[in-house]
Design a binder for this molecule. Structure first.
Ligand code: AMP
Length: 618
């Protein structure tokens, strides 16, 4: 038997939710539906967003109300317009095989006359944000005297947003004998207080430990210097080519600035904050929901009620002022049983705040290291490789060109061809990142990096790092070098003593090593015209100071790259993709909009053709 039938839900509702893909109840549905179906309890459910709580209260309401009558019997209050529309839509979907179910969404920022008209026609379920609801009550346009159930959804959010008085006024128009069902992600004392005030011995249900965040969310923090924050953030994004994320800032201005910088740097980002008109906000949200936007930069208030599934990362570009808000932010990922990562980019002084959040969410953060430029390059390279491997070939279209293509490559070996193909995008990232500095800031005064490879670290700390120069070499583990091999090779080639070589960092296709400033010339000379297995060996200085300037804040880099060949190429392809849309692909950063390497194309699981972009591209 269908498990929802076993819980007591009737067939026509079960058929409708089966079409939505609900096969088994979520834990909160399993536990709350039988209780709520009795219709005789007040109820408090402590549950995160994304756990399926809309159906947890929505399905019982559909069972309990009398749809032969056309007067308000249930009132659902929620904090935001987005959530209000979502709940309304969900309930309409659950009831689409039932007759005469009328649900109205009542929220600010939209025509009140439409809402009044719908109410007048007769509704049984009203889903509302408190401000507009009160407005309609004050106009005496609705009668709540026969309301049987009131649902307070995301009660903590409503209180955070200062709706306490409005809720009091609204509830005073409902009968005393109604039942109240309250859902909240967190249970601060204020919520406890309203639970006490409005309810009579409520049935309490806690999903997981109290105030514990969603177990599917991993929490990570990165420590960076304030001036490196933006560069570090970009690096994290680059290290996750398939990211579909929400980035939280503290203020509207910061939100706008970060979004603008990202757009300038060629990322597929846009902002969501209170200074935008409702129409602008709807447009941004639509793009994000449709996955044609990869990064949504938002303030806490604007992002309330965002219920997009499959968000892979929540990034706290700035930590929230209120610790409780962290739970709301991170709850935007790992919805509906998926996993997700919530990242905080902090400076060393903010560690106390991380510990405070850990206490509230009942979970530890993992300290993560900002990936090096080379980690990013490697990740991007393999992302390209996977894309090439998985690309869906349009045989019919490409066939006519095949003879010419094959002719062009007829003298090239498979290995050579693959290498060149992968290099098209890879070189771009390589160029951008070749001098990229370490962006991890020390956690405590006097302690530098927490690295497994401490070779040379003491010397740097003790003697001052300026005495050493970090060099790049285009050989790495793929050439079967480990640190020892590389040390031997360097010494042999440049005739310097192994004892003076500092930290060696072997990467996949490249490595770094440090030598005293006085020996740099000797190393360079030693490697002049050097070859390894028939390939020229390249040594370059990887200067921290200069590269920090290049990456930081986007500005310096932007100017440097501005007129470059690459830039022109990217802008061109960006325009092709977006049909000349202003914001796409104009920037200096070698990224995902055009050309096919950036990762955006694949993460939606859709091809460009699916998104109707083919016409514009050809
Ligand atoms: P909610 O917490 O109500 O916002 O639900 C989060 C997401 O989970 C929504 O996209 C729902 O459509 C989905 N969902 C809710 N209940 C189920 C279920 N029993 N099976 C599968 N998906 C569900």
């Amino acid at each position: 038997m269908n498990p929802f039938i076993e819980l007591g839900i009737r067939h026509d509702i079960v058929n409708a939710i089966s079409e939505l893909g609900f096969e088994n109840p979520t834990p909160i549905q399993e536990q709350s539906i039988p209780v709520l179906l009795t219709g005789s309890n007040d109820f408090v459910g402590l549950a995160q967003t994304g756990t399926g709580k809309t159906a947890a209260f929505g399905l019982p309401l559909l069972e309990l109300l009398n749809f032969e009558e056309n007067y308000p019997q249930a009132l659902i209050l929620c904090p935001t317009r987005e959530l209000c529309l979502q709940i309304t839509n969900d309930i309409k979907n659950y009831s689409k095989k039932m007759d005469n179910v009328h649900v109205v969404a009542v929220y600010g920022g939209a025509s009140i006359s439409d809402q009044l008209r719908q109410i007048k026609r007769g509704v049984q379920i009203v889903v509302a944000t408190p401000g507009r609801m009160l407005d309609i009550i004050n106009r005496k346009a609705i009668d709540f005297t026969k309301v049987k159930f009131v649902v307070l959804d995301e009660a903590d959010e409503m209180l955070n947003m200062g709706f306490q008085e409005d809720i009091d006024s609204i509830l005073s128009t409902t009968p005393d004998e109604k039942k109240t069902w309250l859902f909240s992600a967190t249970m601060p004392t204020e919520v406890r207080r309203i639970a006490k005030k409005y309810m009579n011995e409520p049935f309490e249900l806690t999903m997981g430990a109290k105030n514990t965040g969603n177990v599917n969310i991993e929490h990570e923090y990165y420590i960076v210097r304030a001036r490196d924050k933006y560069a570090a953030f970009k690096r994290i994004v680059d290290f996750n080519p398939d990211i579909f994320g929400i980035v939280f800032c503290r203020t509207k201005i910061e939100t706008q600035e970060i979004a603008e910088s990202l757009i300038k740097d060629g990322y597929n980002a846009d902002s969501l904050h209170g200074d935008l008109s409702q129409q602008q906000r709807d447009k941004v949200m639509k793009r994000y929901r449709d996955r044609s936007l990869q990064l949504l930069i938002a303030t806490d208030v604007a992002a309330r009620g965002i219920d997009v599934n499959d968000v892979t990362h929540v990034i706290n570009y700035s930590l929230p002022d209120e610790v409780e808000n962290y739970t709301h932010r991170s709850g935007r990922t790992a919805r509906a049983g998926k996993t997700g990562v919530s990242i905080a980019i902090v400076n060393a002084k903010e560690l106390g705040k991380i510990r405070q959040i850990e206490r509230v969410i009942g979970k530890k953060f993992v300290k993560a290291e900002i990936p090096t430029g080379f980690d990013v390059c490697e990740k991007q390279l393999f992302s390209i490789v996977h894309k090439v491997h998985n690309v869906v070939v349009n045989d019919e279209q490409i066939e006519q060109y095949l003879p010419r293509i094959l002719e062009e490559f007829k003298d090239m070996s498979k290995e050579e061809f693959i290498k060149r193909f992968a290099s098209i995008e890879f070189n771009i990232f390589l160029d951008y990142y070749k001098n990229a500095p370490d962006l991890n800031a020390p956690q405590e005064e006097g302690r530098r990096f927490e690295r497994s490879d401490e070779r040379g670290g003491d010397r740097r700390d003790g003697g001052g790092k300026s005495e050493y120069t970090r060099l790049f070499i285009n050989l790495g583990s793929v050439d079967e070098f480990n640190r020892g091999d590389l040390l031997g090779y360097i010494c042999n080639q440049s005739k310097i003593s192994g004892r003076v070589v500092g930290k060696i960092d072997v990467k996949g296709v490249y490595s770094f090593f440090e030598v005293p400033n006085a020996d740099v010339e000797k190393v360079m000379t030693g490697f002049t015209a050097a070859e390894f297995k028939g390939r020229p060996v390249r040594i370059e200085v990887s200067g921290e100071g200069s590269s920090e300037r290049r990456e930081g804040g986007g500005g310096g880099y932007q100017r440097r790259e501005g007129g470059g060949g690459y830039n022109r190429e990217r802008s061109g392809s960006g325009e092709r993709r977006s049909g000349g849309e202003r914001r796409e692909g104009g920037g200096g950063y070698p990224r995902r909009e055009g050309g096919g390497g950036g990762g955006f194309r694949d993460f939606s699981g859709k091809s460009r053709e699916d998104r109707g972009e083919r016409k514009r591209r050809f």
